[in-house]
Design a protein around this ligand. Structure first.
Ligand code: PEP
Ligand code: MG
Length: 761
């Protein structure tokens, strides 16, 4: 079929002129409906479209046709679409523009006879957004087939901001109606998310970033707006520098690296250029910032890559800061003053924001987005407040000062809880506190079984701020320091000097307790944003950890050099991850030997004592422990990886969750074999995977002969109690019997044993 020619784009005048004319209409005479009708007519004319329609979101999540140029006038206020229904509904649901040369062929197309739209072929719709909320949809239609250009979509998006100004003003519908009505402010709600940091908290909702009133969006004079932008950027940069200096003064930590990266993004040329372009297109500085921010949000929805999302989030967040500087709330006074017992609720937030608040009143954080590696979660963990993430739709459901209960450990929150929930929660909080106090008081009690066997309880760590828990948990040392974690929160590879400084600070803070540094365990699910070598089909079994270290010796040698420097004459323990055979260990050890000779040649102080070990995570290594023992001092069972390879069951796949149990004969037999071989070969042995910190699993490990367990700091107190309540002789006999049982899981059997022997788990 021959295509009819689209109207010539040269007729179209661009956004600047159109914006001016829209502004004149908005400021002009007539009631709101009149002005909206004229706006639809102007846009249709300017965009060279036969139809322009404005849909406004009403209570109950429907979109009502409020004005049209081109569709039948009787459809106005009669045509209503649900969000998600038809193309207009799809634009609203995703808050993303759609441009379709043949709208009828699109699966979302829904024909509404009362509008008379059957004669139109092409359609473009853009969301009407304000402060992250979707207020409606602006659409144009053409009779002939037309390929809307990217510039035209851009223009419509810019124009929709002006329409948003009108909707948000409450002239068309009450502003209260612009929120979805599902019992807001009345019904109690329980919302689920994911655990980002454990703990319980009770308080009142404070919304992070309440929408900043933007005011004018159409500029009188672009040059003045550019000047305002320049001044606001300068004052924002200054404030960020002050924040950095303040954080620096509070002591070292990985959050400083995060803040520095954030500060760097505040200078991002592309971001600033896009704002300036929007000013050139006729928007005010505020309007341009909001426009770019809306864009960033739309891009975020499409991006899965964790690193990119984090960067986009930083940009979105910077936009808020910039708006504060433009609207004269540069100190963010509104935001900084948290009332007592605040539960902060945010779609997402940057790390700098969290540090900006008066933290003493901040009890917990709830995010609509966020992930365990997000920068704000890392900072929040350092502040020791409970955090839950991915709580879908919370911002639409919570009003400022609503009472909220947060259960970080279970990733749940209760909004406007009833009396029963509240009192049960209070009881849990009391118990939680009592337990914490009990563990604190018991931290120096020896971790010895009733029959006198000492079990060494060590701690796993990955950030400098974790080190504080070494003393308050009473851990005997750091059994596993995951050196890749500080690498993961940065924007580039730290150089040797930076690494040496960090490792040295860790040894200082350990105050003589042993620290086992595991060399970089990257690859698999641990992605360094700046180290994208290739996409792998099966990264868990791919190029990771020691394999990368052997192929890229520069990386590992730099790290080993930093570790030797940091030890500065103190004892040093180094462990290589994912070792599959003795040869890999030999190669890694040769690198360490080279670095030791290099240090010796230069007269640098060598470690007073050096212990070198391997993680046992790949089953093949079990059968080469005798060869390994000739070169290694110790091994540590990384049960997280070992189990995934033993059962061929992806540790990160939720569908595999709970399918195989660590407490089962195959695992117990493997551990038994490793204990036997390690003893035969004189290898020191520990377990440092998740298993080590779980009371029932730990009992089985102790029963099999494991004497050193390394775990998250929160598990140490409970495990000390478990150890002190058990008798190894009885436990060994029982665990040995378990290794012959055919059951899928031995959890129940072990729980019964614990109960019968008075061991609380
Ligand atoms: C393990 O695999 O058990 C382990 C401790 O290492 P990670 O969890 O860091 O892979
Ligand atoms: Mg591992």
């Amino acid at each position: 079929m021959a295509r009819e020619a689209a109207p010539s784009p040269t007729v179209w005048a661009g956004p600047r002129k159109l914006l001016r004319r829209l502004r004149d209409v908005m400021a002009g005479p007539g009631d709101a409906q009149d002005r909206l009708d004229r706006i639809a007519k102007l846009i249709a004319g300017d965009m060279v479209a036969e139809v322009c329609s404005i849909y406004v979101r009403r209570a109950g999540d429907v979109l009502e046709l409020f004005a049209t140029q081109g569709l039948k006038p009787e459809a106005v206020h009669n045509t209503r679409l649900r969000i998600g229904e038809g193309i207009v509904g799809a634009v609203a649901a995703d808050s993303r523009p759609m441009a379709l040369a043949e709208a009828r062929k699109h699966p979302s197309f829904a024909y509404r006879p009362e509008t008379g739209e059957e004669i139109y072929t092409s359609m473009m719709g853009v969301p009407i957004l304000r402060g992250g909320r979707m207020l409606g949809v602006l659409a144009i239609q053409n009779r002939t087939q037309r390929d809307y250009t990217d510039e035209e979509v851009e223009t419509m998006e810019t124009v929709s901001m002006v329409v948003a100004e009108m909707v948000a003003s409450g002239e068309l519908i009450e502003t209260s109606e612009q929120r979805p009505a599902d019992g807001i402010g009345i019904a109690p709600l329980r919302l689920d998310g994911i655990k980002l940091n454990g703990g319980l908290a009770m308080g009142h909702a404070v919304l992070h970033r309440p929408a900043i009133p933007v005011g004018r969006t159409v500029a009188e004079d672009s040059e003045t707006e550019k000047l305002r932008l320049k001044e606001a950027l300068a004052s924002m940069h200054k404030r960020l520098d002050e924040l950095l200096a303040q954080a620096d003064a509070e002591g070292p930590g990985d959050h400083i690296d995060i803040l520095k990266t954030y500060r760097m993004f505040a200078e991002d040329k592309g971001w600033i250029r896009r704002i300036v372009e929007n000013i050139d297109n006729g928007l005010t500085a505020e309007g341009a910032v909001v426009r770019v921010q809306d864009d960033t949000r739309a891009r975020m929805k499409k991006v899965d890559d964790a690193y990119l999302r984090e960067r986009l989030l930083d940009l979105e967040d910077l936009a808020f800061r910039l708006l504060q500087h433009l609207t004269g709330d540069a100190d963010g006074t509104r935001a900084h003053m948290l009332p007592e017992e605040t539960i902060l609720v945010a779609r997402n937030m940057g790390p700098a924001d969290l540090l900006d608040y008066n933290r003493s009143n901040l009890k917990a954080l709830i995010l609509e987005e966020g992930s365990s590696t997000s920068h704000v979660a890392i900072v929040a963990r350092a502040l020791q407040i409970p955090v839950i993430g991915r709580v879908k739709g919370i911002l639409d459901r919570v009003e400022p000062m609503d009472p909220i209960l947060v259960d970080g450990g279970n990733g749940l929150c209760y909004i406007r809880p009833g009396d029963e929930v509240r009192s049960a929660f209070k009881a849990s909080m009391r118990m939680f506190e009592e337990k914490r106090a009990h563990y604190r008081a018991a931290k120096d009690l020896p971790s010895i079984t009733k029959d006198g066997v000492e079990i060494s309880l060590m701690m796993n760590a990955g950030l400098l701020i974790d080190m504080g828990h070494l003393q308050d948990s009473g851990a005997a040392g750091i059994g596993l320091y995951r050196t890749e974690v500080p690498f993961m929160v940065r924007s580039d590879f730290p150089d040797t000097a930076t690494q040496a400084e960090l490792y040295s600070a860790i040894l200082d803070q350990a105050e003589g307790k042993p620290v086992t540094f595991r060399t970089l365990d990257i690859g698999g699910d641990k992605v360094l944003p700046y180290f994208h070598e290739m996409q792998e089909e099966n990264p868990a079994m791919g190029w990771r950890a020691i394999r990368i270290a052997i192929d890229r010796p520069g990386l590992m040698r730099g790290q080993l050099r930093a570790l030797i420097q940091a030890s500065n004459g103190r004892p040093l323990r180094v462990m290589f991850p994912m070792v599959a055979n003795a040869d890999e260990f030999v190669q890694a050890r040769a690198m360490l030997d080279k670095e030791l000779s290099r240090a010796a040649r230069r007269g640098l102080p060598l470690p007073s004592e050096l212990k070198i070990g391997a993680m046992l995570e790949v089953p093949s290594l079990i059968f080469q422990l005798d060869a390994l023992a000739k070169k290694a001092d110790f091994i540590s069972i990384g049960s997280n990886d070992l189990l995934q390879f033993l059962f061929a069951s992806d540790r990160g796949n939720p569908r595999m969750d709970g399918r195989y149990d660590a407490l089962s004969a195959p695992v117990l037999n493997v551990v038994k074999e490793v204990v036997h071989r390690a003893q035969q070969n004189g290898l020191e042995l520990s377990v440092c995977g998740e298993m080590a910190g779980q009371p029932l699993e730990a009992l089985a490990l102790i029963g099999l002969g494991i004497r050193t367990l390394s775990m998250s700091p929160a598990n140490i107190g409970p495990l000390r109690d478990t150890v002190r309540a058990c008798t190894v002789s009885a436990l060994s006999d029982f665990t040995e019997a378990l290794t012959h049982r055919p059951d899928r899981s031995l959890r129940g059997a072990m729980a019964n044993f614990a109960r019968d022997h008075g061991i609380t788990v």
